[in-house]
Write a protein that binds this ligand. Structure first.
Ligand code: 2B7
Length: 647
């Protein structure tokens, strides 16, 4: 149970778990990888700690300086300063404990921190472990304290460097360890973007960024908070609002110490755009809070339309119609967020959904009642979307009727098609190799799942002309099967499967083929990615049998976690581990359960982030598994724009 009382914080509140060797051994597990995104993760981790101190009302300004070498950073806040008193159990200063032990954090005791932004949950100790130099400076009790570390270990004792210090706060300088990262050059544009967003999400905060490489200085402060952020998004993406005022709510002091801010506006854009955050940190895969927002919007707009007789006879209005053109920002502050998914960017706390519904539904409906011009404008937008959807459904149906017969004649011979002709429910698995293709054919649901095995070489479309692409048997089979054309002649309404799923082995060859296919889609069929039709299947690498239970693990770390969880329950448990050498080795039933069946499988959706162009080979590696082949790097360095692919 969270409490909102602020009590004095002492060394006793710090929990101690383990040392930092695991972090240096497997950095990817803590920061997602050792490429560009992992490198910047270090910075966000430090900045998030400073932002936390601000969100909780103790700091008002954060200074971030990128130093002249472009590869070291200092972050300073004017908060309380990390405690430096002796930690009673560790017999070391609390500061040192926080920086040298994994998961040592006051944030585990919610009485000290009301909300914690340490989403990634790894904290400053991970930054310390992965830096070849880190200097922590604390101003507290009229003194300045300082300690230097390297690779997670103290180089000096905690020293008092001044005894007549004004003000309080924490300052962290770090230089990432070049032995760990592929490159340690920071990207100033990315930093600016991210800091600007942080300032929008914490209206009280002022962030000053100095880039000593270029000599520029930037200040970020947005008193309007997320409402201003929404206006910024709408303007920069050139969306035209259908009502002038942004609707917003700010709820504080909810039960359980929850706090939520929501901003909404409907636009003429054909898409919906929901930016969700927990404690100011993006949850790019949404989760329960986002679901709550969607539920509440659907129910209040519907209720409003019904009570005001704004519905249209014989026109079905779906939840999607209600949200078409909607731009929404939600920032939920909570104590113990649980995250899910490969990149841990999906909120999983079940309670969040109903809390958001409770906070938003009545307020939104009331607002629409009080502002009928806005209410009617939104209702009109919703009806427009429902009409367009009905019309395009009708059109698609007639196209299908005409095309399903003629088209089927031109399908590639190797395709095992599904029986449904409704593209919205159809999926195609593009599978490497005949034997894997065989398992997939047997394991699939024939009604709506098709399988196309690839046999020969897939061309690297990065440097290839359209005629070369057409001459490549494997790629032209894909084009034929999808039925929607290619390049400038692509017509999405002809797409025969709304989910195009790449199913490759979890080894380096598999990654290589997946990369080639993604390069092809990105170059020649980009609307497929832009409209969310391309996915990557996640076949398991291991099967773990323990007693009557079977578990499947995606990779080594997953495997180890499962085993340790099992052992926690029963120490002497005998576990049997089987490593799948390839998809072909898997029983069709197993393949179905773990990889094909929509109810039980995990899929990664391939997207091109509109807001951030972050993402590099690291994300591509995350996308396709942990091992990366040298050949893979070759492709990445040649395919500059493919670097923008993201999951
Ligand atoms: C263990 C972590 C999660 N911490 C504190 C107090 C203040 C504080 C911090 C910080 C980054 C770069 C400049 C609490 C919390 C540790 O315990 S971390 N300020 N700023 C920061 O890291 N900035 C704290 C209670 C009483 N006094 C101080």
């Amino acid at each position: 149970m969270a409490s909102t009382t602020k009590k004095r914080y002492t060394g006793q509140d710090i929990q101690v778990l383990e040392g930092l060797e695991p972090v240096r051994k497997r950095p990817g597990m803590y920061i997602g990888g050792t490429g560009k995104s992992g490198l910047h993760h270090l910075l966000w981790e430090v900045v998030d700690n400073a932002v936390d101190e601000a969100t909780n009302g103790y700091a008002s300004q954060i200074d971030v300086t990128l130093h002249k070498d472009g590869q070291s950073v200092t972050v300073t806040d004017n908060g309380r300063g990390i405690p430096v008193d002796m930690h009673p159990k560790m017999k070391k200063p609390t500061l040192e404990v926080i920086l040298t032990t994994l998961h040592a954090g006051g944030k585990f005791d919610s009485s000290n921190y009301i909300t914690s932004g340490g989403l990634h949950g790894v904290g400053s100790s991970v930054v310390n472990a992965l830096s070849d130099k880190l200097v922590a400076t604390v101003k507290r009790d009229g003194k300045t304290f300082q300690q230097t570390y390297s690779k997670g270990l103290p180089k000096t004792k905690l020293k008092t460097t001044s005894r007549n210090t004004r003000g309080t706060g924490t300052s962290v300088f770090f230089h990432p360890d070049p032995e760990i990262f592929e490159s340690i050059k920071f990207d100033s544009t990315l930093i600016r973007d991210q800091l600007d967003t942080k300032a929008y999400l914490n209206a009280a905060l002022r962030i000053v960024y100095k880039d000593e490489v270029s000599g520029e200085k930037f200040e970020y402060h947005h008193e309007g908070g997320i409402v201003e952020y929404l206006e910024h998004v709408v303007t920069t993406e050139k969306m035209r609002p259908v009502h002038p005022e942004v609707f917003s709510i700010k709820q504080e002091g909810m039960k359980d110490g929850l706090r939520v801010e929501i901003a909404l506006q409907w636009t003429e854009s054909p898409r919906e755009r929901v930016l969700s955050f927990v404690n100011g940190i993006p949850t790019r895969d949404g989760g329960t809070h986002e679901q709550g927002l969607k539920d509440a919007v659907r129910s209040s707009v519907r209720a409003y339309m019904e009570t005001h007789n704004l519905t249209v006879k014989n026109l079905d209005v779906s939840a999607d119609d209600v949200r078409e053109g909607m731009v929404a920002i939600i920032n939920l502050f909570m104590v113990d967020p649980q995250f899910q998914g490969q990149t841990k960017e999906k909120l999983n706390n079940p309670g969040a959904r109903s809390k958001i519904v409770g906070a938003l539904r009545l307020d939104l409906e009331q607002y629409l009642n009080d502002n009928p011009t806005t209410g009617e404008a939104i209702a009109t937008r919703v009806i427009q979307s429902a009409r367009a959807r009905a019309a395009s459904r009708a059109a698609a149906k007639s196209v299908r009727r005409k095309s399903s017969i003629s088209h089927r004649l031109n399908l590639p011979g190797k395709l095992a098609d599904c029986s449904s002709t409704d593209p919205a429910e159809c999926e195609i698995f593009i599978v490497e190799g005949d034997s894997a293709g065989g398992s997939a054919k047997q394991g699939r649901n024939r009604n709506h799942q098709a399988v196309l095995p690839l046999r020969g070489k897939v061309l690297n479309a990065e440097q290839a002309s359209l005629s070369k692409v057409n001459a490549n048997k494997e790629l032209s089979n894909i084009v034929q099967a999808l039925g929607c054309g290619i390049g400038d002649n692509l017509n999405l309404s002809q797409l025969r499967y709304h989910s195009v799923i790449l199913l490759m082995d979890a080894d380096s060859d598999g990654h290589h083929i997946a990369t080639l296919l993604l390069t092809f889609f990105y170059r020649y069929m980009r609307p497929l990615i832009e409209n969310g039709h391309v996915f990557i299947a996640q076949p398991p690498l291991y099967r773990i049998d323990a007693g009557k239970e079977s578990h499947w693990a995606l990779d080594d770390s997953d495997k180890e976690k499962i085993i340790s969880d099992l052992r926690k329950k029963r120490k002497d448990l005998k576990v049997e581990i089987q490593r799948f050498k390839g998809l072909g080795e898997m029983m069709p039933k197993t393949l179905n359960e773990t990889t094909l069946n929509p109810e039980t499988r995990r899929l990664l959706q391939v997207t091109i982030p509109a807001d951030r162009k972050l993402v590099t080979e690291t994300t591509m590696q995350e996308l396709m598994g942990k091992d990366s082949a040298p050949r893979f790097d070759f492709i990445m360095s040649n395919a500059t724009e493919v670097e923008e692919l993201d999951v």
